[in-house]
Design a binder for this molecule. Structure first.
Ligand code: NAD
Length: 508
């Protein structure tokens, strides 16, 4: 059977590569299915690009860099202005595709696109973001100033869970800074990413400035080791992110690697009860728990332990259905493999003695019997040695621990190796201030369950959730995507006094 034919005889879309401004049909022998997680319908096929295709993409980016780096900043900015307008215009259409290939609800898919759009909006300020510094007369008649110059060809490797937002964390700002880019989207759901790339081309990104190759480990490793790649941005799991950081670092590249998480929400008994419970359930089970900033651990402090039945009751009310169905709260998880892994972890929790308060394993969704659904699952009595605590589950599973004091809660969070996000729920300013000061996690929410900073700040996950100093978007990413050159200059008047030869280091 021809792999490119659907059962109804129509042709199945084969995802293209983008190399040097051309949409290329890959010559690869290896093609993977892009599957709707609610139905198992094969939506399209994605190639795992050949080594020659990856080389061609990098070569195109390297050629384009020679002219793109000289393109005036205003011209780069105007392309970003056009791109943000196009994304806004096409957001609803892309959200439908994103929901179909990823599983999240249409509203959440629109949110995924919107959070990426905000980064593009910020890239429109590149004129001021990329400014250098100037100090006059640092020594007699000497001035020092910095230039923020693009670094060359940058690569981006993105995960399945935000196929719009995370590619938009990367290529717009890299390109706005004057770099060229090779993007490797998630092979699980590249269709919505490709729609955004099409819009970038329509917005005027020149040939070779943005290239896309698809694939898995071989393609990623090629990007991490190629001599012409200067920087690698990675977002994904801890295992792969560590590999990318090590490999690309060993090959002399600048690397930023945003990885897995276990985000704790600490609940004090003085918190606003309804708002807090709403926040926990929304952040724990939204996107079926497949957000790197999802709340995955709830720490009930003192009398807040009594809130467990209410938490359970609220979680139980969530509607599990295909993301395309109106009123859905929780869609399917991305793949059968992901579902099997989550089910194994739930099983381990039961075996290791946690109390399964809410069991989403056997959920049936009428009309979507083949979907990768798991209903909201809640464990209490969890201890820090259990796998459901030590592992990132990345599914609709919330684990609840109990402690007596805020100090104990802070110690618990700080002892966990991950440091992506955390939240405190309280009405006490003093407790909030203590928490934000003592907690060793890079992104803190005070009565905010998913404290992802807006793009004029930067994404600042920490410890086991991040390798590399500089995070995505905001000022940090401008530093990441530029090389600071410091110029120290002195100009002589024709009648200036001859200083003579000086062989000592200057004492100023
Ligand atoms: P993943 O690590 O499996 O895949 C990420 C990328 O790496 C994909 O493009 C994939 O093709 C590639 N890849 C997969 N296996 C590889 C290998 N062996 N060698 C080289 N490359 C490989 O991650 P995922 O499952 O797509 O995404 C979920 C993970 O991403 C979760 O751990 C989540 O916490 C994390 N994440 C983190 C952030 C953050 O900002 N910290 C944001 C979103 C997602």
């Amino acid at each position: 059977m021809n792999a490119s034919l659907k059962p109804d005889g129509t042709t199945l879309q084969q995802v293209k590569l983008l190399i040097d401004g051309e949409w290329i049909q890959s010559q690869s022998q290896e093609w993977h299915d892009i599957v709707n997680p609610a139905t198992q319908e094969v939506l399209a096929k994605v190639p795992f690009a050949t080594a020659a295709e990856v080389d061609a993409a990098i070569a195109a980016a390297q050629r384009a860099f020679q002219t793109w780096k000289l393109t005036p900043i205003g011209a780069r900015m105007r392309i970003m202005l056009k791109l943000q307008a196009l994304i806004r215009e096409h957001s609803k259409r892309i959200a439908v595709v994103l929901s179909a290939e990823q599983g999240k609800t249409i509203a959440d898919a629109e949110g995924d696109i919107f959070r990426g759009l905000e980064v593009v909006e910020h890239a429109c300020s590149i004129g001021t973001l990329q400014m250098g510094e100037f100090a006059e007369n640092v020594a007699g008649g000497v001035d020092t100033y910095t230039l923020r110059q693009p670094i060359g060809v940058c690569a981006g490797i993105t995960p399945f869970n935000f196929p719009a937002m995370i590619p938009l964390w990367m290529f717009p700002m890299a390109i706005a800074c004057g770099n060229t880019f090779v993007l490797k989207p998630s092979e699980q759901d590249p269709l919505s990413t490709m729609l955004l790339v099409e819009l970038a081309v329509e917005a005027g990104v020149p040939a070779g400035v943005l290239n896309v190759v698809h694939g898995g480990k071989d393609v990623v490793d090629a990007l991490c080791t190629h001599k012409d790649i200067k920087a690698v941005s990675f977002v994904g799991s801890t295992a792969v992110g560590t590999h990318v950081y090590d490999l690309a670092g060993k090959h002399g590249k600048r690397v930023q690697s945003m990885m897995g998480a276990k985000n704790h929400a600490v609940v004090l008994p003085d918190a606003n009860r309804e708002q807090t419970l709403n926040a926990l359930v929304g952040a724990g089970f939204g996107a079926a728990g497949q957000r790197c900033m999802a709340t995955s651990v709830v720490v009930l402090v003192g009398a807040a332990k009594q809130w467990l039945p209410d938490l359970k009751a609220l979680a139980q009310k969530l509607k599990v259905n295909a993301g395309s169905e109106p009123g859905t709260d929780v869609g399917p998880v991305v793949s059968k493999r992901a579902k099997a892994r989550i089910l194994e972890l739930i099983e381990s929790g039961v075996k290791e003695g946690a109390k399964l308060e809410l069991d989403g394993r056997d959920i049936k969704v009428p009309g979507y019997e083949q979907g990768n659904f798991i209903g909201p699952t809640l464990f209490s009595g969890v201890t820090t040695d259990m796998q459901i605590y030590t592992q990132e589950i990345f599914g609709p599973v919330l684990v609840v621990l109990e402690v007596d004091t805020l100090d104990q809660a802070i110690a618990l969070v700080n002892a966990n190796p991950f440091g992506n996000g955390t939240g405190l729920f309280t009405q006490s300013g003093a407790a909030a201030r203590k928490f934000q000061s003592e907690i060793d996690v890079g992104q803190v929410g005070i009565n905010i369950p998913i404290p992802v900073p807006v793009p004029f700040f930067s994404f600042t996950g920490s410890r086991g959730s991040k390798l590399g100093d500089l995070g995505p978007y905001g000022k940090q990413v401008v530093q990441f995507y530029t090389q600071t050159k410091t110029v120290t200059s002195r100009w002589f008047d024709d009648d200036s006094v001859n200083d003579g030869v000086n062989t000592t280091i200057s004492l100023r």
